[in-house]
Design a protein around this ligand. Structure first.
Ligand SMILES: C[C@](O)(CO)[C@H](O)COP(=O)(O)OP(=O)(O)OC[C@H]1O[C@@H](n2ccc(N)nc2=O)[C@H](O)[C@@H]1O
Ligand SMILES: Nc1ncnc2c1ncn2[C@@H]1O[C@H](COP(=O)(O)OP(=O)(O)OP(=O)(O)O)[C@@H](O)[C@H]1O
Length: 289
């Protein structure tokens, strides 16, 4: 096989507790990750020359900083021949939206190149490499909805309900680093205990939400609008907020009522990453399983 298309799905942080800060500045988190059917699409094509080509370019992102390019660079030394790769990205996920688009693009690149370059690296090896690119990369590499601890890399698979979500982007770009370095960010939520119902996400909260709403009035306005439909929550450090619906139809009706100042996305929560589903289908087809 010389070409491959794989999705790079969005994630939601159904809740996000900050339980402490490490000496290196990174924060200790407890968060519940679920994937969405909403995804970027990445097209990979092996080429004879020893190059890594990524197109189209992303606004404001130099090639050397592009997480897809960096993921390919990390894997290139493991090749046994000099075949290069051409990668084309259909970007559907809002950047800086808290849905992990960059991390997911990187993880899908690791999975795809491991397959196309026939590297036979384990998911654990890919996750360790991926963590160098961002705290959110390992969850996408493993591909199972999980309760995460540490900086987001200690993962315990769980199965929250696979609801329909309306995701609202209030139109602001939020820097993860800026939120995490803010002096007013709460950092001392007590750790959950073994008896806490982890997948019952609505009883938990996102520690970034109040701060982000006070720094960005558009996020606060979007939150107020979403609250008419049910409990709403910030994902990651924002800017996107979500609420859940028991059917696609109800979610679609809410999307139709969304003020034009916001962008809305309809998606289903899924406990297995669509990238893994697609890769498994491919492997089964090629082995005739
Ligand atoms: C907020 C989350 O999206 C929750 O899933 C992630 O923790 C962020 O993951 P990410 O975007 O992959 O983050 P990284 O690229 O590793 O880090 C961006 C910046 O966020 C801060 N950061 C990130 C993760 C973490 N556990 N503690 C932090 O303090 C660091 O200042 C870092 O410089
Ligand atoms: N392939 C990529 N897709 C998106 N952003 C990228 C990519 N490569 C590098 N970046 C840079 O990473 C920044 C954060 O991107 P991303 O869209 O993943 O944010 P996010 O959804 O808020 O992430 P998270 O929830 O993990 O904090 C972008 O603003 C951009 O500068």
């Amino acid at each position: 096989m010389t070409r491959l298309t794989l999705p790079a799905p969005a994630k939601l942080n159904l809740f996000l507790h900050i339980t402490g800060r490490r000496k290196d500045g990174y924060h200790e988190l407890e968060t519940l990750f679920q994937f969405l059917t909403l995804a970027d699409q990445l097209h990979f094509q092996l080429v004879a020359e020893d190059v890594i080509r990524v197109s189209p370019s992303l606004p404001g992102v130099a090639l050397q900083d592009h997480l897809v390019f960096r993921a390919a660079q990390l894997l290139a030394p493991y090749r046994s021949d000099a075949r290069g790769i051409q990668i084309e990205i259909e970007k559907n996920l809002p950047m800086g939206g808290g849905v992990g688009g960059g991390s997911s693009d990187a993880a899908t690149t690791l999975l795809a190149l491991n397959y196309l370059w026939e590297l036979n690296l384990s998911l654990e090896q890919l996750a360790i490499l991926g963590l160098k690119l961002g705290a959110d990369v390992p969850i996408f590499v493993y591909g199972a909805a999980s309760f995460a601890q540490g900086v987001g890399e200690k993962l315990t698979p769980v199965t929250p309900p696979e609801n329909w979500y309306l995701l609202v982007h209030p139109g602001v770009h939020i820097s993860t680093a800026a939120v995490f370095s803010h002096p007013e960010l709460p950092r001392n939520t007590p750790k959950l205990t073994a008896n806490d119902p982890i997948t019952d996400w609505q009883i938990h909260h996102n520690d970034c939400e109040s701060l982000v709403c006070s720094l960005y009035p558009q996020v606060a306005t979007a939150r107020e609008w979403l609250l008419k439909y049910g409990p709403s929550r910030l994902t990651g450090t924002g800017a996107c907020l979500f609420t859940c619906f028991s059917s696609e139809n109800e979610a679609r009706q809410a999307l139709h009522a969304l003020p034009s100042t916001f962008r809305g996305f309809l998606a289903r929560g899924v406990n297995r990453s669509p990238a893994h589903v697609a890769l498994a289908a491919l492997t089964e087809a090629s082995t005739g399983a």
